[in-house]
Ligand binder design. Structure first.
Ligand code: NAD
Ligand code: UGA
Length: 468
């Protein structure tokens, strides 16, 4: 059996970049080429100034510094690197379709299909294709069909091409991606070609114990990825629904989470109430699950998973409304300070961040937003909230990105904590209070601010899931 030496990864995004960086570090004998059609992104991956990498992820810069241009290369040379590779990882985006059949639910597989067509055209010899992207169950069938019809039609540039398709979904979470890749809970490999499975397993065995490498049939592997995300999201919607009940009944969601989490069958992780889950995947993967369930005639299954999304929207809107209510029912002309715009801490990613919907709700009420986030750029927020959103009364732009917490709270009526950045845990609330307009409010949607310190001031504090 041939050994793998040359690896190509198509897609240099949040998955392709960090995954291949760790692979290069753990397998110095491999030569890894990460290719992307987005030339700006590739340029950023190759920037000498490591703070300009396209993705912020703790620990990533160090590995890139060590491996880049040794056995890890970023380029737009798709054709050349597909040809050279014995193993190709597909890590391209699979967003929700916006048009046509299944719009709003099904995954848009156009980028997956284009990868399959490029591989069919350029690959040489025996090539293993590894699905890293999250895909609807039975996508491997479509990839195989494109590859095989190309072989039959003989339009591959190399008649010796031979393909094997494996599913190897990625379970990393942003913000902890490097640690998740180095110490995964499990590696899942789905497929039916024993030789190909063994070659992929050999790569992971360089740093992962054998008993963590789980082998299944290809459809179980594809489906398990969707289900893992759906279960995680379902826990968050469950605890968020409980947060509202706690606020009404005098229970404390932190105490309830602790009490139920100590039951080993429930477990303590993923029980933090918050402003609703964000990120590029939970919503898209559940929408996809709903679509698949409906496709197979399982309406009740589809409805069950839809309720997880419904609670998530509801939590964002519930929090927006109660904040407005507490600020005397109107925020028109008021300054609201937003602490955190990323969908979670330790990432610059804003995709589906609950901050987006909540900020839009506030802007619709005519307030001015003072946004502080240590990693999200102004340019990114412009692309979401727009640059010429004007306040009707003052005719000035109605949101600003500030570089410091102090600037973001000056003359603000309220602070809304939306991302659990570490620096929000240790704030001198005396100074903050002195800079705010009174009565001053903090709405802590993540339960991370120091309650004792806040209570030493006259700031009014609201915490998710905790009744006053
Ligand atoms: P991303 O949008 O950050 O990156 C995808 C990249 O693929 C883009 O840079 C795009 O230009 C490139 N691309 C698309 N088509 C291409 C082609 N034909 N040739 C070359 N490059 C091409 O996406 P992501 O967040 O890295 O997610 C990728 C996949 O991994 C998705 O299916 C996602 O569901 C899954 N996933 C994501 C995460 C995460 O934390 N973001 C975790 C696990 C799994
Ligand atoms: C999630 C999964 O955790 C990964 O296993 C998966 O690989 C990835 O999706 C994917 O497929 O893209 P990610 O979205 O990066 O990872 O981040 P999470 O830590 O899961 O957080 C998602 C959202 O849930 C965030 O908005 C976070 O703040 C929120 N969350 C998380 C809570 O509100 N409460 C919690 O207890 C945990």
């Amino acid at each position: 059996m041939k050994k793998i030496k040359n690896v190509c990864c198509i897609g240099a995004g949040y998955v392709g970049g960090p995954t291949m960086a760790v692979l290069a570090d753990k397998c110095p004998h491999l030569e890894i080429h990460v290719v992307d059609i987005n030339k700006t992104r590739i340029k950023a991956w190759n920037d000498n100034d490591l703070s300009k990498l396209p993705i912020f992820e703790p620990g990533l810069e160090k590995i890139i510094k060590k491996r880049r241009n040794h056995n890890l290369f970023f380029s737009s040379e798709v054709k050349k690197n597909i040809r050279k590779a014995e193993m190709i990882f597909i890590s391209v985006n699979t967003p929700t379709k916006t048009k046509g059949i299944g719009a709003g639910f099904a995954s848009d597989l156009r980028w997956i299909e284009s990868c399959a067509r490029q591989i069919a055209e350029y690959a040489e010899g025996y090539t293993i294709i590894v699905e890293k992207s999250t895909l609807p169950v039975r996508t491997a069938e479509k990839i195989k069909s494109i590859l095989n019809s190309s072989l039959k039609a003989n339009n591959s540039q190399n008649i010796n091409a031979q393909f094997s398709v494996l599913s190897n979904p990625e379970f990393l979470a942003e913000g902890t991606a490097i640690n998740d890749l180095i110490n995964p809970d499990r590696i899942l490999i789905g497929g039916d070609d024993d030789d190909a499975i063994k070659l992929l397993e050999d790569i992971y065995s360089n740093w992962i114990e054998k008993d963590k490498i789980l082998k299944t049939n290809i459809w179980s592997s594809e489906l398990s990825k969707l289900i893992a995300n759906a279960f995680l999201a379902q826990r968050i919607s469950s605890i968020n629904s409980v947060s509202a009940l706690c606020e009404k009944t005098g229970a404390n969601v932190l105490e309830v989470s602790k009490a139920i989490g100590m039951d080993k069958r429930i477990g303590e992780k993923f029980l933090n109430a918050g402003p609703g889950f964000g990120g590029s995947c939970f919503k898209k993967d559940i929408l996809n699950l709903i679509y698949i369930s409906e496709f197979y005639g399982l309406k009740e299954v589809a409805d069950y998973w839809k309720s997880v999304l419904d609670i998530n929207y509801w939590q964002q809107n519930r929090i927006s409304s109660l904040i407005i209510e507490k600020l005397f029912g109107t925020i028109a002309g008021k300054k609201i300070s937003i602490f955190g715009f990323a969908f979670k801490s330790n990432t610059n990613d804003t995709r589906e961040s609950p901050a987006i919907n909540i900020c839009k709700n506030f802007l619709n009420e005519g307030c001015e937003l003072l946004i502080y986030d240590p990693k999200v750029t102004e340019q990114e927020i412009v692309s979401i909230l727009g640059s010429n959103n004007l306040n009707l009364d003052t005719n000035k732009r109605n949101w600003h990105k500030l570089d410091t917490i102090i600037e973001a709270v000056t003359n603000a009526d309220a602070i809304v904590v939306l991302t659990e950045w570490e620096e929000f845990k240790n704030i001198n609330w005396d100074i903050i209070y002195s800079l705010m307009r009174k009565p001053a409010w903090i709405f802590d949607t993540r339960n991370i601010c120091n309650k004792e310190e806040i209570e030493k001031t006259d700031i009014n504090l609201w915490q998710v899931g905790i009744s006053k």
